[in-house]
Design a protein around this ligand. Structure first.
Ligand SMILES: [Zn+2]
Length: 444
């Protein structure tokens, strides 16, 4: 929309203990388990009209070889060493905890029982990058967003000593992973493999070289539960590999349903496929982006969804569209009249678009929509005030009528373009109704 060169990557992280366990439970091989799941995600993104340029799966051979190359590089540079480690292990989180972390024999994260485990493992010298990481976060206010999350990460990095990271798992305990290139008795820790996807995808998913063109990434958009792995593990890995860090790591919140946590046992999981079946992808996307400030937790309810569909999409936007199009049809035979619009109206539209664009840049999607709705509502008021149906009855006010209709068409064009990222089908439909085909160049 803004003419920028974009590579939008999404995909699946498929290794690790949880995947191995889930596959064992259904009695199939882990790879087959992953192969069954992958299309479900791909199909959903497609149904939601999500336009990713590439889809990575960390079980791809191309990804594995990049991970192994990086591991070897760190090993050769003495940034990985072998050591004995004894600690409390949480199977669910696939990680060790220290004595002071564990309370009553339970994992501090997931509250499941932990077990004492002693193992010889490989460690990444993560701790030595602590001062550099703190400095980077302090000097780059947009590196971790939203700000509340940034403060959390900074808080723990400035009060606790960052240890080294165990990056191997003995195959005797976990075999579903990428083998260490320097020790075939081990696979690598799932995060050390998964995080590399952001760069490996640029190396092998397309025939043309993309690393120089798209790295460092502008944004990593991740769930708030995996912010630490991104902000701390990935950042220090990149430092060790002598690669630039992404510009922004943005942690999004979680959705509850009718005020309750979504869970299988409660039976209140919202199936996005069903919402799309019932309301369409546009309305669902609109709701998710409009309902809560992006980055924070939000509450999903049918009542709220239906409420927004009725008042904002049908009453505000729908009415504006149908009234404008009907009047252009009736009073100008369906041909948008040429007219010089008054400067005031044009600059008002321009000012609203400019403000919405700033919100988009900052990933403030709710505020962007709120701003766009100022245009929708003020244009509805403009129709009421100018009353084109009255002007149409007086031949000597033809010029004024043309001006109104021309302005309405201009607003519809603006809306078709600026709503496109939120509601692609709606955006295209609006443009089509005023005789324009969608293409990014419409904007320029
Ligand atoms: Zn746990």
């Amino acid at each position: 929309l803004r003419g920028r060169d974009v590579f939008f990557l999404t995909g699946l992280d498929e290794h690790g203990q949880k995947v191995q366990q889930a596959a064992a439970k259904t009695g199939i091989a882990p790879q087959m388990h992953c192969d069954r799941l992958a299309p479900q995600f791909r199909n959903l993104w497609e149904r939601l009209n999500i336009s990713n340029d590439a889809f990575i799966r960390t079980t791809d051979d191309g990804h594995k070889s990049v991970v192994q190359r990086y591991l070897q590089q760190l090993y050769d540079n003495q940034l990985i060493y072998k050591d004995d480690y004894t600690g409390w292990y949480c199977t669910f989180d696939e990680r060790f905890w220290t004595d002071k972390d564990v309370e009553n024999g339970l994992c501090p994260d997931c509250k499941r029982p932990v077990e004492q485990l002693s193992e010889r493992n490989y460690f990444f010298k993560m701790g030595q990058y602590q001062p550099r990481l703190v400095a980077h976060i302090e000097q780059n206010p947009n590196f971790i967003r939203p700000e509340s999350r940034r403060n959390e990460v900074l808080g723990f990095l400035t009060t606790q000593k960052l240890g080294d990271l165990s990056i191997s798992r003995p195959k005797s305990r976990l075999s579903w992973g990428i083998e260490l290139p320097f020790d075939q008795d081990y696979v690598t820790y799932v995060w050390f493999d998964a995080l590399v996807n952001y760069i490996s995808a640029l190396e092998y998913l397309r025939p043309e070289p993309l690393v120089d063109r798209f790295w460092p990434a502008n944004v990593h958009l991740v769930g708030k539960d995996i912010l630490t792995t991104h902000a701390v593990y990935w950042s220090t890995m990149l430092m060790a590999l002598d690669l630039p860090l992404p510009e922004t790591i943005f942690a999004h919140g979680w959705w509850t349903v009718d005020g309750e946590k979504m869970s299988k046992s409660r039976g209140n999981v919202v199936d996005p496929n069903k919402i799309v079946d019932e309301f369409g992808a546009d309305a669902f996307r609109y709701f998710l982006l409009r309902e809560v400030p992006f980055g924070y937790d939000g509450d999903f309810s049918r009542t709220a969804l239906v409420g927004r569909i009725n008042s904002e999409l049908a009453d505000d936007l729908g009415n504006l569209l149908s009234r404008s199009l009907t009047m252009i049809e009736r009073f100008a035979n369906g041909v948008i009249p040429q007219s010089k619009t008054t400067h005031d109206l044009n600059s008002k539209v321009g000012e609203i678009v400019a403000r919405a664009s700033v919100h988009l840049e900052r990933l403030e999607f709710g505020k962007a929509l709120e701003t766009i709705w100022e245009l929708v509502q003020s244009t509805n008021q403009y129709i009421d005030k100018t009353a084109p149906w009255k002007l149409a009855k007086k031949p000597d006010e033809r010029e004024q009528l043309d001006e109104v209709l021309f302005h309405l068409a201009a607003v519809l064009k603006t809306l078709g373009i600026i709503l496109y990222p939120f509601m692609p089908s709606k955006g295209e439909e609006i443009l089509k109704q005023i005789g324009l085909a969608w293409s990014p160049s419409v904007f320029f």
